[in-house]
Design a protein around this ligand. Structure first.
Ligand code: DMJ
Length: 573
């Protein structure tokens, strides 16, 4: 056979394997083919399911790794710096609590939902109306939600979101607005938000912007007493008080800017901010009553109080008392801030005098109108348990115990403001007529943070995990009633669950941040190193020098990410 015929015969031999007759003629061949086919199918099916199993396992491990990273971050540990994990775990006594991890992740997811909705429908505007899917400029167009959210994003490790917000601040945030801004709201949200973002990130743009807006607010303090007007036109610098309050300044609006302005002086080296706000406290000292309870209306010209006006730890009084304690903490509890502590302690005696309890042992804080007591308590006053817990350690042990007990009792009442309604969300205020249990008065809920804030302080300062469970209950009620596809809304009525159309900026600044911290270790943004302003913006505690004002840290604080965590003295991270 020639080469050509040999090769054609071998190719026809090969092709016959493709013909069905080749197999049908011989059953043994057919059987072999079927067995081969079945085996191949099984092998590939097995392989596919193996790949699927591996993928599931990889994503489970991924989640686990993220969870562990999160825990390390909570403890201030960055693996790049500290490759020896066993040492890290030992050294930092890491909390390994899977329940807290899951809860924290859920809160972070809620923040992302709120934030993404704001980004989508209200980017750069003050607040989101989630039902209308609109932005509204409730604070004059200062990007209030964005600025209020900066530190929450940072703390939750949402780096891309933080970066995007930071770039907006750098490129688009400007204050030259022909708008009558509230001095108080602008300070606690915008100045506080920017300073906190600066302390956390060490990015100087935040300090520059904080200084710019504060310079625009400063003329408000140019009154004969030094007690500020409460409104100012940001473009013109013209300050005034609203007519509806008879031209008076409001206590909370005038006595809450101290933390932010002192912090600004410390970070810029310019004492003027600190001097303006510390003078206000000196003025208040002159008129301070023996029970430490100042009426909410004050004449900014004479510096005198309207003695018949209301006394309250709720709306228009609240944050003044909080601020006294926190300036003392911000000032390292030194001699130069001793008068803040003294004033605060006096006010706490006044608070004890306003406290009553119902027949079923709910403690509550009354208000006072002139000489008569009003058995009404705002949900806003639910910051009090946290404040008492924070201040307790400055007392003698016996007094501290008494103050802590009261804090815990009041927190129980505030938790029940939530639990007593069909939606499990608290109304705006409650009445306790004649020692009877709480009855909701104004029945809206606008996503306020005060009760959660107090639960966070109490959990940290008592170690009692019940407070975490209470906070989780409240979070779930928000998820159930307030979450909609385009953000979070308040309720017009906590009895019916009817929704409103506003996502308040403090929901992202405070409510969600305090929830996140409630499920995080106490060493994360520790009370030893940070003090929270009344809008939940943490400010770093730095050295305070004397009465004269600034410490002169003019170069800025230059904090590192690991400064978010408490570190043992002499054991730098
Ligand atoms: C916030 O803006 C601040 O917490 C303020 O001190 C009181 N009211 C709101 C939240 O309820």
């Amino acid at each position: 056979m020639g080469r050509r015929s040999q090769s054609s015969s071998s190719s026809s031999t090969a092709w016959r394997h493709l013909s069905p007759w080749y197999y049908l003629k011989r059953p043994a061949r057919l059987a072999l083919l079927v067995v081969g086919f079945v085996a191949a199918t099984f092998a590939s099916w097995d392989r596919l399911s193996l790949v699927r199993d591996y993928e599931a396992e990889i994503s489970r491990l991924d989640e686990e790794v993220n969870r562990l990273y999160d825990q390390l971050r909570m403890a201030g540990i960055y693996l790049d710096d500290n490759p020896n994990i066993e040492n890290i775990i030992k050294k930092h006594h890491l909390e390994v609590d899977p329940v807290n991890s899951v809860r924290r992740e859920k809160v972070k997811e809620a923040m992302l939902h709120a934030w993404n909705s704001y980004v989508k429908y209200a980017w750069g505007q003050d607040e989101l109306q989630p039902q209308s899917k609109n932005g509204v400029n409730t604070f004059g167009g200062l990007g209030a939600t964005l600025v209020d959210s900066l530190d929450t994003l940072y703390i939750m490790g949402l780096k891309e979101e933080f970066k995007k917000a930071r770039d907006w601040v750098a490129e688009s945030l400007e204050f030259d607005k022909d708008y009558e801004a509230s001095v108080f709201e602008t300070t606690i949200r915008v100045v506080g938000g920017l300073l906190s973002a600066y302390d956390l990130s060490a990015d100087k743009i935040f300090l520059e912007k904080a200084r710019d807006i504060t310079d625009r607010l400063l003329p408000a303090w140019d009154t004969s007493s030094g007690i500020p007007y409460n409104r100012i036109n940001l473009a013109e610098g013209k300050a005034s008080n609203p007519g509806w309050n008879g031209g008076n300044s409001i206590l909370a609006d005038s006595g809450t800017e101290q933390l932010e302005f002192i912090a600004l002086s410390q970070r810029t080296g310019d004492q003027k901010y600190q001097q303006k706000v510390e003078n206000v406290i000196r003025q208040f000292q002159k008129i301070f009553p023996s029970d430490g309870l100042l009426p909410i209306n004050i004449n900014p010209h004479s510096g005198a109080v309207k003695s018949y006006s209301k006394i309250t730890f709720g709306a228009m009084g609240d944050s003044f008392y909080e601020c006294l304690l926190k300036v003392w903490i911000q000032g390292n509890k030194t001699e130069s801030v001793k008068h803040y502590r003294q004033m605060w302690e006096t006010s706490m005696e006044g608070l004890l005098g306003l406290t009553r309890k119902t027949s079923s042992n709910f403690y509550y804080v009354c208000e006072k109108n002139g000489d008569s007591l009003s058995e009404k308590m705002d949900e806003l006053a639910c910051f009090v348990p946290g404040m008492l817990a924070l201040g307790a350690s400055g007392y003698s042990p016996e007094k501290a115990e008494k103050i802590m007990n009261l804090a815990e009792e009041l927190a129980w009442t505030c938790y029940n403001f939530y639990q007593s309604t069909p939606t499990k969300l608290a109304g705006e205020n409650y009445y306790f007529h004649g020692g009877q249990d709480m009855v909701v008065g104004t029945s809206w809920n606008i996503l306020r943070p005060e009760t959660i804030e107090s639960l966070m302080y109490l959990w940290r300062l008592t170690g009692n995990k019940t407070y975490q469970d209470w906070g989780w209950d409240i979070f779930q009620a928000f998820e159930k009633n307030s979450r909609i596809e385009s953000g979070y809304v308040g309720l017009k009525d906590v009895n019916t669950g009817t929704k409103d159309d506003m996502m308040q900026s403090f929901f992202l600044a405070e409510t969600l941040k305090y929830l996140y911290l409630l499920f995080s270790p106490p060493s994360f943004i520790s009370f030893d190193e940070w003090v929270f302003n009344t809008e939940a913006h943490p400010l770093k505690i730095v050295t305070r020098h004397g009465n004269e004002g600034s410490s002169g840290d003019a170069e800025g604080l230059l904090l590192m990410p690991s400064d978010l965590y408490r570190h043992d003295k002499g054991d730098p991270p």
